[in-house]
Write a protein that binds this ligand. Structure first.
Ligand code: SAH
Length: 347
């Protein structure tokens, strides 16, 4: 990869230093930052109030990260769009655009591939290629916003990859997204989903940001969780829940537990009872996701009725619970499958 300064990944302070080192006035850094992160222009040539000589030097000496749109699938049902983007080094990632009553949301990838190995997940199959740069995370949002000509108000880091396995770039990403000279997106509109890397959850809590944490739980006992998620071999369930409580204590943000329902594996009445007992004292919310079948794996989605039964049981125990609305069903395929199919086609 290029070793030129990746200006779209830089904080305003870093940009100011860079601009000064290039012999330009410090206020140029703020202009540059605004062009990149507020106006989201696709080229340095669009930065009209920067002198031509400075633009030429930026083009020569710096890297301006953009993603190449390889494929877009648009749902006829609800306008959900799935994007496949190619990175500078040829790796591909996917992102999803969704329209809600509260605004437009983009689900981004944080890594090319993933090394967490969750048994039901399509992204686990090829392993980790690399973590995404801050600019590559941002550009998924900017590229989609330009493509649909609409503002993006919400971001979920729930695409391919484990965001807390790319921690530093993730934090820089959130800070730029939230910056008043950029999109100025409220931290409360940003959600990070993790399989449960305990020390990183605690570190994130220390940042005292207002972002939402979603924890992929998927089982109500340590034994069952280990069968589905290798990360459970590293961190015991009580440690994970302690870290979630700590996150809530430090930030006041209610935790969302994601629970993918797999027929005959974790969707029984006893599972619901055990789950309720585990989290009933916490300020939390459960999001049930009927598992998206991945063809290499033998996991099946429970019948709709069984999903409802599971939900009702949790509610009876006083748990806040929703069933994830399935968006873009007609362009579906589990998370990570667009990328996987593409890689298979390339051979
Ligand atoms: N690595 C992070 C974020 C990416 S996955 C995490 O583990 O949370 C986003 C969510 O989708 C996670 O809850 C993940 O467990 C879930 N998921 C992945 N593959 C799935 C599938 N085939 N069906 C249902 N949920 C899936």
């Amino acid at each position: 990869m290029s070793d030129k300064a990746d200006i779209k990944s830089m904080s305003l302070e870093q940009l100011t230093d860079l601009v000064k080192a290039m012999g330009e006035k410090p206020y140029r850094a703020k202009q540059l930052f605004g062009w990149m992160h507020e106006k989201m222009v696709p080229s340095i040539d669009d930065m009209k109030n920067l002198p031509k000589s400075f633009r030429d030097r930026l083009k020569l000496e710096c890297q301006y990260t953009l993603l190449q749109m390889v494929d877009v699938q648009v749902s006829k049902q609800d306008g959900t769009r799935k994007y496949l983007f190619a990175l500078e080094d040829g790796n591909v990632i996917e992102s999803v655009f969704m329209r809600y009553h509260f605004g437009n949301s983009v689900c981004i990838s944080s890594q090319a591939g993933c090394r967490m190995g969750c048994k039901f997940c399509a992204s686990a199959i090829g392993g980790l290629v690399r973590g995404l740069k801050t600019s590559e995370m941002l550009e998924q949002i900017y590229g989609i916003s330009r493509h649909v000509s609409e503002k993006i108000s919400h971001v979920v880091v729930m695409g391919t990859g484990e965001p807390l396995d790319n921690y530093d770039n993730l934090l820089d990403f959130i800070k730029i997204l939230n910056h008043e000279s950029g999109l100025h997106m409220s931290q409360r509109n940003i959600t990070v989903s993790t399989c449960g890397i305990v020390p990183k959850i605690r570190a994130l809590a220390e940042e005292k940001m207002q972002i939402n944490l979603a924890l992929s739980l998927h089982a109500s006992s340590q034994e069952k969780r280990k069968e589905l998620m290798p990360i459970a071999n590293k961190y015991e369930l009580p440690e994970v829940l302690d870290a979630c409580r700590y996150y809530f204590e430090k930030t006041g943000r209610r935790i969302t537990f994601e629970y993918s329902l797999v027929a005959g594996v974790n969707d029984g009445g006893e599972d619901a009872r055990e789950l309720a007992a585990l989290i009933s004292h916490m300020n939390c919310h459960v999001n049930l996701i009927p598992v998206n079948p991945v063809k290499e794996r033998n996991f099946k989605k429970p019948e709709g009725e069984r999903v409802l039964e599971f939900k009702n049981k949790l509610e009876k125990y006083g748990i806040n619970v929703t069933i994830r609305r399935e968006m873009g069903r007609d362009i579906d395929g589990a998370c990570g499958q667009l990328r996987k199919r593409y890689l298979e086609r390339q051979g």
